[in-house]
Structure formats: structure tokens, C-alpha cells
Design a protein around this ligand. Structure first.
Ligand code: CDP
Length: 237
């Protein structure tokens, strides 16, 4: 059975069902480090459900901007997070620089994080589509959302490589885009994400550091698989 599209999931904790504990794979790291691509490949390979938790923060930010609200307005941001459901952003362009910047502003607000927490934990513990595991990527998955995850990665890459990757991703939709501006955005967002008080971006003590600066996506995926296969083997023993 295929995982239902994210857009069809609402932000209540997902339906409870009796099952063995799910296998949770957490990937955290700075913007554009390659964790999203890696997370999707891991989920496809092992047949696990995938949640891009950044899409929740981006979604809340997108809706605020669309309504002409200020992402720094704590009450408006909390309201938007509490009312949020993924179908509200179905088909919306949440990958833009503007939405990314606003996402990291709303993500620094504890009430917003709190509103989005149950859904993320529910997804991890009871993955949709009867999957036996879940892959979540974000900033605080290994530290706050799923501190007991079976496998944790902290995915990094040099700022220049990350800016290059994000520039290539965005440039077709934004012809005048400059790579230097993308780099500046990433640095500003990383500083805000790492410097906030609530759930800052942080490598969990038990997370594997995966530096993708000089790795192709295939090589990064192979390295991640070696770690995951080792853990899965130990679980089966
Ligand atoms: O794809 P990219 O790495 O650029 O960012 P993202 O994962 O889409 O996340 C967008 C923003 O959401 C981040 O800059 C964080 O501020 C926030 N975020 C967070 O605070 N916690 C998460 N678990 C995921 C994202």
C-alpha cells in the first residue's frame, strides 16, 4: 500500500493502531545539506513513510505571508500553526527563498513548535500506510521530536556547496537569482535555527555525522545504508 500523499494528512496525531514499535530514522542538519534527498531515498529503499518536517514550518509561513500577516507576530503564527493542515498548502510553492526565511522566523517560536509536535511524533510512532518505519528530516528530530529514534544522522556540507545545490534547485523558477544571495540566505537561516532557545538545530550525541560536501548523492546514500543496515541487523538478532 502506498503512503498517502502528504497533502491528505491532517495535523492531528495519526490514528492509533496496535503494532510493534516503528523503526524511526532521523535526519537533521543545516539548510540544503542534502538531508531531504537522502531521507526520500532511504524511505523508498526500506519502504518507510517519509515526513519532510520543514514543509510544516514552511507551510505555516506560507499561509501567514499569503494572508499578509507578519511571521514575527506570535499570536498570528501560533494561530496559523494550530489551524494548519497539509491540504491547505497542496500545490503551493513553499520552496521559495521568502518562504524559507519566514519559516525559520516562525520556527523560532515555541508555541508554533508545540502546535506541530504531536503530528510529527504521531507520524514517527504510527507511520501512515501501515509502514513499519518512518523517516523524518528537520532540525530537531534526533534531539526533541524523536530522541529515541533507531538511527540518527546529522547531515552537513560546506556552505558554498549547499548554496550551489540550492541555487541549482531554484534558478529555473527564479531567473534573476544570484548564488551569493542564496548563500547569504542559508547563513542567516542557519544562524537563526542554531541560535534559537527552543529546539535549536543541534547534532544529537548519538547521531552519525554525515558530511556530504565531497559525496555524490549515491555515495551519501550508500554510507547511510551501511549504518542503517547495521542497526536493523542488530534489531533482528
Ligand atoms: O530544505 P531546507 O533545508 O532549506 O529547509 P527546511 O527543512 O524546509 O526547513 C525550513 C525551516 O524550517 C528551517 O530553516 C527551520 O527554521 C525550520 N525547521 C525547524 O525549525 N525544525 C524542523 N524540524 C524542520 C524545519
Amino acid at each position: 500500500m502506498k503512503t498517502p500523499p502528504l497533502a491528505s494528512l491532517r495535523l492531528q496525531p495519526l490514528r492509533r493502531r496496535a503494532m510493534a514499535k516503528s523503526i524511526v530514522i532521523a535526519l537533521d542538519g543545516p539548510a540544503a545539506s542534502g538531508k531531504g534527498t537522502l531521507a526520500q531515498l532511504i524511505a523508498d529503499h526500506y519502504g518507510f513513510a517519509y515526513l519532510d518536517t520543514g514543509s510544516l514550518y514552511r507551510g505555516v509561513a506560507y499561509l501567514l505571508l499569503r494572508e499578509g500577516e507578519d511571521p514575527k507576530d506570535r499570536l498570528a503564527a501560533e494561530r496559523a500553526a494550530r489551524d494548519f493542515s497539509l491540504d491547505k498548502i497542496a500545490g503551493a510553492d513553499i520552496r521559495s527563498r521568502e518562504v524559507g526565511a519566514a519559516a525559520s522566523v516562525v520556527a523560532a517560536q515555541p508555541a508554533v513548535r508545540d502546535a506541530l509536535l504531536d503530528f510529527q511524533r504521531g507520524f514517527a510512532n504510527r507511520p501512515p500506510g501501515e509502514k513499519k518505519g518512518a523517516v523524518l528530516d528537520g532540525r530537531d528530530i534526533g534531539t526533541v521530536v524523536c530522541p529515541h529514534a533507531s538511527v540518527k544522522f546529522f547531515v552537513i556540507a560546506s556552505p558554498e556547496i549547499r548554496a550551489r545545490r540550492r541555487f541549482l534547485e531554484l534558478k529555473d523558477a527564479k531567473p534573476g537569482l544570484k548564488e551569493a544571495d542564496v548563500l547569504a540566505d542559508l547563513m542567516e537561516r542557519d544562524a537563526r535555527d542554531a541560535g534559537r532557545t527552543d529546539a535549536p538545530m543541534l547534532q544529537a550525541k548519538d547521531a552519525e555525522l554525515l558530511d556530504t560536501t565531497h559525496l555524490t548523492i549515491e555515495a551519501a546514500f550508500a554510507a547511510a545504508r551501511r549504518v542503517i543496515d547495521g542497526v536493523l541487523r542488530r534489531c533482528e538478532d
